[in-house]
Design a protein. Structure first.
Lengths: 130, 505
């Protein structure tokens, strides 16, 4: 099955995506991740101002199959949370890269996202682990 | 509501009790009031003025028939094989039920004086002794009401022990290690007891990764390990001694989740493996009813070192007299009212006595043999993610069927059409599309073969006519439910303006 992997984002091996704008990064889960999880029914999110180090769990996603932790690929402080997901968790399934974004962070090291996988590298990683 | 009815036949379409309501219908007739009516005793704000609107108005026979009809919709352990992995859905013997109904046990008040409760106290004491013998761990509390509570009690014992042993320094020891295949309750119990959790990887073989375990121990601060053995992929952790030694050397304690004890009873004892504390589920391993069949019992057992911290009251024996000791200052305190769910203890002791030590061992052997039979017979049809011999449960994935678009959930739903309760699905999380099958010792060869045949038929359907499986079940009263909408927008109570449930199509 082909996965939607936008060119302009960076990816983690835990299947999170990061979109960078200055020192703010927007974070969500990938199309592959939402497909593996199945229908998302609830998302447990952090609060604005919470601080996380890289690879730390910042929340969890509950689907009809399971509850899975979501990890922050890069370190930072939560600057915004997508409250809309409380009412429409299905956005994570339908539009994982747009309406389904989860949090925005103010990055501790704005260059950190450069070390993550590119779209091509993530696609390769998915194919290798299939 | 988007419920698809498979059949419209009236016996298969029971309306809600609210929808059976007819204005004025009652199940009683009271004599005419022959004294003046007084409403003043009830303050106005507590009086209902809507004449109980919305409460169903039905006769006694309506109520009896309604609930009798819906009771026949249940699938139960008395109806057929219930192969839920990690749940040990074994037969609940009628003899255990008979014993639990003996007047002296069933009618005993929990506040009756010790002198009048000697029989019950003796029964609790004897069950404690037997469970201690079975697990190799001498400290016992039967108080916890379920596995997860027994588990949390175990973690609290670890915390209390460390606080006493290390004093102030105990606060630097707040990490609990848990394998990635664990039950979700494990990290929850650890977090609720004030610990943080670090996840240990599993190897390709399905075992705890020893190198990763050592690495995490070297990071320091380890309070303990929570390990299920056999683990949740049904494989015995053969390095258990080394695992316990590693944790002990790091200054931590080992808690074993006893959910899978049905693979060990009478054969191997966690205490002998180096485990410090364990919980059992009497409603799994010791055949007391699950869920709707009765409350649970999740005893917590521990080493002599941890025993001073067990919940109070504890039962003590002096001569031939049993007494309850509430005065144990080191105890973590009560975790449940009175002594826990006593009826479950009666059933469990009855199970142990009717089997005897040889019978318990035989049950374990049969449970493992049954699971291995399924594992062997389905190995050519379903993907087995691990090569090791399974213990009491067999694990498969949907890998072969997913190529045709048929996934674990579809296979589980189709199994309903074949008359079986589905297996555990999508657990453990380390296996994608997991199907965890635990037949228990309660089924014979004929039932196992019927189940295996159903699974092989479903695979054939998945290959030849995938739509048939994807749209299952077909033989039930209603079709596949929209679980996602039910979880996202749950309808938790009836309202007058709702569409009728029986006629929805």
């Amino acid at each position: 099955m082909s996965n939607n992997i936008p060119e302009n984002l960076r990816y983690s091996k835990d299947h999170e995506w990061v979109g960078v704008d200055g020192d703010i990064a927007t974070i969500g889960i990938t199309d592959y991740a939402q497909h593996s999880l199945g229908d998302v029914v609830y998302i447990d999110m952090p609060r604005v101002g919470d601080k996380f180090s890289a690879h730390e769990a910042f929340g969890s996603v509950e689907s009809v199959k399971a509850v899975s932790e979501i990890f922050l690929p890069i370190a930072g402080e939560i600057s915004e949370v997508n409250d809309g997901l409380n009412d429409t968790p299905e956005s994570v399934n339908n539009d994982p890269y747009t309406d389904g974004w989860m949090v925005k962070i103010k990055m501790d090291n704005p260059g950190e996202a450069d070390g993550m996988l590119s779209a091509a590298e993530y696609e390769e990683y998915l194919e290798a682990s299939a | 509501m988007s419920i698809t009815k498979v059949t419209q036949h009236p016996t298969q379409n029971e309306s809600l009790i609210f929808e059976r309501s007819q204005t004025g219908r009652v199940g009683y007739r009271l004599p005419k009031l022959d004294v003046p009516e007084t409403l003043d005793v009830i303050p106005t704000e507590f009086r209902r003025s809507d004449d109980l609107a919305g409460v169903p108005e039905v006769s006694e026979v309506d109520v009896v028939r309604h609930f009798t009809r819906i009771s026949t919709w249940n699938y139960s352990i008395d109806l057929g094989m219930y192969p839920l992995g990690s749940c040990t859905m074994k037969y609940n013997s009628r003899l255990n039920e008979k014993v639990a109904r003996i007047g002296g046990f069933a009618g005993l008040h929990p506040l009756a004086p010790e002198a009048e409760s000697q029989g019950a106290l003796e029964l609790i004491y004897k069950l404690q002794e037997d469970l201690a013998e079975i697990t190799g761990l001498p400290g016992v509390s039967l108080q916890p009401a379920a596995g997860a509570q027994g588990e949390m009690t175990g973690v609290m014992l670890i915390r209390a022990f460390l606080d006493q042993r290390d004093g102030e320094a105990s606060k630097d020891r707040r990490v609990i290690l848990i394998p990635d295949s664990a039950h979700g309750t494990n990290p929850a119990s650890a977090a609720m007891s004030g610990f943080t959790v670090k996840t240990i990887h599993s190897t390709a073989e399905g075992l705890t990764d020893m190198n990763h375990l050592r690495e995490l121990c070297n990071e320091g601060g380890v309070a303990g390990l929570m390990l299920t053995n056999p683990n949740t992929v049904g494989i015995f952790e053969r390095n258990i001694r080394e695992i316990c030694d590693t944790i002990h050397a790091a200054g931590g304690l080992v808690y074993m989740d006893g959910a899978n004890m049905n693979a060990l009873v009478g054969i191997a004892r966690p205490g002998d493996m180096g485990v410090d504390v364990i919980h059992l589920n009497l409603h799994k391993t010791f055949s007391t009813p699950h869920g709707g069949g009765g409350p649970g019992c999740g005893p917590c057992l521990c080493s002599a070192e941890l025993a001073p911290f067990l919940p109070t009251p504890r039962i003590e024996k002096s001569g031939e007299t049993y007494r309850l000791n509430y005065d144990i200052p080191t105890s973590i305190g009560r975790v449940k009212a009175f002594f826990g769910n006593f009826g479950m203890m009666v059933r469990a002791l009855s199970y142990i006595y009717t089997h005897g030590s040889d019978g318990l061992k035989e049950a374990t052997e049969a449970a493992v043999l049954n699971a291995r039979y399924i594992s062997h017979k389905l190995a050519d049809t379903y993907d087995e993610p691990y090569q090791s011999d399974c213990m009491h449960e067999a694990i498969f994935s949907h890998k072969h069927q997913a190529k045709k678009g048929v996934v674990t959930l579809d296979i589980a739903k189709r199994l309903i059409d074949y008359g079986f309760h589905p297996m555990t699905v999508y657990f453990p999380l380390v296996v994608e599309g997991a199907m965890l099958i635990e037949p228990t010792e309660s089924v014979g060869r004929a039932d196992l073969d019927a189940f295996i045949e159903a699974m092989i038929d479903i695979d054939r359907e998945a290959q030849d006519d995938p739509e048939l499986v994807i749209n299952a079940p077909h033989s039930t009263r209603i079709g596949r439910l929209d679980e996602a909408t039910a979880a996202r927008k749950p309808v938790l109570r009836w309202r007058e303006d709702m569409e009728s449930t029986a006629k929805a199509a």
